[in-house]
Design a protein around this ligand. Sequence first.
Ligand code: PLP
Length: 393
Amino acid sequence: MLSELKPPSRILMGPGPSDVHPHVLKAMATPLVGHLDPSFLEIMNETMQLMRIVFETENRLTVAMSGTGSAGMETVFVNLVEPGDKVMIGVNGLFGTRMVDVAERCGAEVVQVKGEWGDIIYPEQIEEALKAHPDTVIVAVVHAETSTGVLQPLQEIADIVHQYGALLLVDAVTSLGGIHVSIDKVGIDACYSGTQKCISAPPGLSPVTFNERALEKMARRKSKVQSWYLDLSMIQNYWGKERFYHHTAPISMVYALREALRIIVNDGLEETIERHWRYGKILQNGIEAMGLKLHVEEGKRLPELTSIVIPEGVDDLAVRKNLLNQYGIEIGGGLGELKGKIWRVGLMGYSCQLRNVVLFLSAFEEVLREQGYKAPKGVIESVVRPDNLMFTN
Ligand code: PLP
């Protein structure tokens, strides 16, 4: 006989998933209705409206795809790319690399614009590459590169991409709800996100949004979208007025997303984003005050994901294991070429709280001390002073 499921209590401060707000957990435990029930259709309408607020868009095609963030990534590529299309992708981390793989599987001719894993993709790089490849139809970049902690500025790139008549596609899996994505203001043509990072619902849905330019490209397709499950021409008819059955919506996940977005909108999108900047900065100040180096330079850092260079002689795995076992705190290790070189600490959504910052810094100091790394004494007290808590970005 197995006992009832009882996962351990954790504080999720890794690169995702983040802690889920108790109200979201409660929403998920409410009874199911049918996926075509009039009450559920209303819930879908509200969820679409809330997604538009957080994406900062008026786009009518704004829906939540069934599946995690990677399903959103596949959705934008399979719907927008036709075999032979030239697609330019900024690659400065693991998720740019994944986009290349996905685009190639759609038959795209991919042009990679490479950057350091820890730096941004520079607008001049995109411009130069577009000069060399003026037949590019889509340019894709990652807004918040979770594998490095870099915040990719978008406006200049958007302007250049549009000068060349291409569409801008953005990965906002780790940015949505944590920093401004500003779809309409920036002019992003297609974007996908996930529920498990700064939205703070469990992994399982992927909000996507497409503007009219992207819809026109989809309408001009000569070939069928190769994925039946992710074909937006059919998904739209379920989320739209027609309400045609396509697949059974993951009802409880839609409840979760609606509640998570409702919390963000009720707290205020501006306030929520400001909270990420404020606590992200306090965390980063604290880590630097401990004499540790951050992987990304100031001004290019994400507030919701901080990458710390592992000091020489300190055992990566032992630190992560001790944080988890002694304090219940989960953080992430490095991925790809940064494996064994950095730790990744998330402050996303409901996990982005001052008490988590203070707890993490104290526990981290202790765990590092066990590893022979001594931070100057009293730094945490001096960093997390009440006047620092007034910090605004
Ligand atoms: N894109 C970025 C920037 C991510 O951080 C992630 C997940 O960490 C993904 C895409 C893929 O999302 P998922 O793991 O939810 O499929």
